[in-house]
Design a protein around this ligand. Sequence first.
Ligand SMILES: [Mg+2]
Length: 397
Amino acid sequence: MSRKILHVDLDAFFCAVEEKFDPSLKGKAFATGGSPEGRGVVTSCSYAARQHGIHSAMPMIQALRKYPELLVVRGHYKDYTDFSRQVMAIIRELTPLVEQISIDEAFLDVTDLPQEAVEIARDLQKKIYDTLGLPCSIGVASNKLMAKIATNIGKSRHTGSNYPMAILYIPPGTEKDFLAPLPINEMWGIGPKSAERFRALGIEKIGDILKYPLPWLQQHFGKFASDLLERAQGIDNRLVEEYEGVKSVSNEVTFFEDLGDRQLLLRTIRGISEKVGRRLRHKALSGKTVRVKIRWPNFETITRQITLPQPTDQDKVIYETASTLFLKEWKPGKKVRLIGVGVAQIGDDYQQLSLLDHSYEKEKNLLDALDALHERFGKDAIQKGIQSDNYRSWKDA
Ligand SMILES: [Mg+2]
């Protein structure tokens, strides 16, 4: 039986919230975002503004050049967060199988509900609008990929200066035909840069991917090739997963005897970092905050953390950050009872398909191969210098 997956996306969310506070904005061309002097960008723009060629992520100065009458509204970010929470609460009344992927977007798995998926979508859209006054669009399909694309296409078919409030349903079995004529940049995960690469290879439409044999695709897209082939047919078996509970991934080691040897301590940190990286990659997660936990022989315990500019799931980045944090606290010879390493501020690795940057890919391929070995032969297959049987999970400190 095919699944019933919904993708909900609020329409011009920030603008819709601003209109609630200032109804005189209704129907006007306005945008939220930073000031043009401060090199701000458009974070959201009304549908009236879109008719003048304004879109989000556009530098504000450029938007004003395009349409000098554009009203610029300073964003009220706290209110956006509040409303986002209320929207998600309404969605969670339907099912606990909710995966929020941004402030104004979520997937729901409603397979178990008795009603037709489209009916559920209509009711949900109405409920969010009636309760909070916020418009949304919903994509309805048999998997996350298709539901997300359904929302985007539903919105893009909308014309006029009011909110789209689109509902687009892609019936099971029609996925491949639906995708075939779409421009390659409509494939979820293919950003503008990657789209350029596809076009350079003669792939203009999503359906064009299927004209090429797997080995050819592998030659150009490495390990993403088989994913690509599946996605181009509208196949996506990923689950709607609730990450609410997963705030950090971490592991720690308690030594049998307090340890003061620099080499051994760093090797332990490396081993734990690798384990944390492996667990992140296994769940296709990455995080921005790297943490180190140190317990001294007198049981005093400290935690130190740092936030990286980019989320990571890479052993090397985790290790280098964790060891730097550790060495800031440790003096030569000082004994340690326990060490933990964690990665927090976790989000989903949605950029997978656009990660076609080769240096990254190379490292990632190697790590994937190591992960696969671990999977097959267990953690003892690859010993990189530490006894790993003393791991214990260390939840959010
Ligand atoms: Mg939105």
